[in-house]
Design a protein. Structure first.
Ligand SMILES: [Zn+2]
Length: 74
């Protein structure tokens, strides 16, 4: 069992920051490579983080394959 040292709010905003930063980097990399789908190692759990760019505006859909880990929809 891990001890949660941070108050809930702070941990919550840390996760949002990690998610948005990871998403922005991931999207930039996909666009640079000219790809619509890809995956990388999740910075939070080390699992498989999958992403795709959707529609003409390249909205990022990203989700870690570990339950309750990182995900975002732009
Ligand atoms: Zn993860």
């Amino acid at each position: 069992m891990t001890e949660e040292r941070k108050p809930f709010g702070e941990a919550f905003y840390d996760q949002i920051r990690l998610t948005t930063e990871t998403g922005a980097k991931f999207k930039a990399r996909l666009l640079k490579l000219g790809k619509r789908v890809g995956w990388t190692h999740c910075p939070k759990c080390g699992g498989r983080l999958e992403a795709s760019l959707v529609g003409p505006r390249n909205h990022l859909h990203m989700a870690c394959q570990t339950a309750n880990c990182l995900w975002m929809m732009e």
